[in-house]
Design a protein around this ligand. Structure first.
Ligand code: GTP
Ligand code: MG
Length: 219
């Protein structure tokens, strides 16, 4: 299933113009969805296994090197982080799941914090689930995706770190993902192939976000 890409901005030449990011600012980190900023703007969140590239992807989208803190060491993001973009929507960097070094108590605490946020954050309009394109979805990814499906939380897949494999391998991996995920979900899954290193997927994801933000404001 190809991602639903809707062309939003078309210039005189007919070339797609990506959404211009004028401003992206860190707002706050919260340990509980109830302490997040007032839910007065649409928000888009990023989730996935620890180290999959969530924070790097947010930086790539907004064109800032280190707005969201990244690290080669897993477990860097441990709170719900809000970034306000163009004064009109939030991008939210969530802690990763499946970090082996975390204690059981820490893991339960983060899972609970993230699950409560996903279930109750009223202005959450889109969720991106990140998977490393080099690996088949891990058991913990499938458990999480199943949890989203069972709770009727819609999501879009972002397959990350595509710069690390060849185009041919990308095609092979896409077929593997489709087969594995077809068992998990009967609905077609939307996805984008991405690389924070070489900006792959940037304009398509920004277009997708722009559509969602426009749609939210019209309701
Ligand atoms: P946690 O906050 O620990 O859950 O991790 P995260 O998912 O936010 O990952 P982060 O963005 O911190 O990236 C983890 C590591 O992967 C860093 O060393 C990044 O430089 C690297 N990385 C992220 N995205 C890419 C990518 O697209 N290509 C390559 N080559 N490396 C990437
Ligand atoms: Mg992070």
């Amino acid at each position: 299933m190809e991602p639903k890409l809707i062309m939003v901005s078309v210039g005189k030449s007919g070339v797609k113009i990506p959404m211009h990011i004028q401003e992206a600012i860190f707002v706050t980190s919260s340990g509980n969805y109830k302490k997040c900023p007032p839910p007065d703007k649409p928000e888009i969140a990023f989730i996935g296994r620890s180290n999959v590239g969530k924070s790097s992807l947010i930086n790539m989208l907004v064109g800032r090197k280190s707005l969201a803190k990244t690290s080669a060491r897993p477990g860097k993001t441990q709170l719900i982080n809000h970034f306000l973009v163009n004064k009109s929507f939030y991008l939210v960097d969530l802690p990763g799941y499946g970090w082996a070094q975390a204690s059981k108590t820490q893991r339960i605490g983060w899972n609970e914090m993230v699950n409560q946020y996903l279930l109750h954050r009223e202005n959450l309009v889109s969720l991106f689930v990140l998977l490393d394109i080099r690996l088949p979805p891990q058991k913990i990814d499938l458990i999480f995706i199943n949890w989203l499906i069972n709770n009727n939380i819609p999501f879009t897949l972002l397959l990350t770190k595509a710069d690390k494999i060849s185009k041919q391998q990308i095609t092979i991996q896409l077929n593997n993902f489709k087969q594995i995920l077809a068992v998990t979900s009967t609905n077609p899954l939307n996805y984008f192939v991405t690389s924070s290193k070489n900006q792959l997927g940037k304009s398509e994801i920004l277009d997708f976000i722009e559509q969602i933000v426009i749609g939210y404001k019209m309701v």
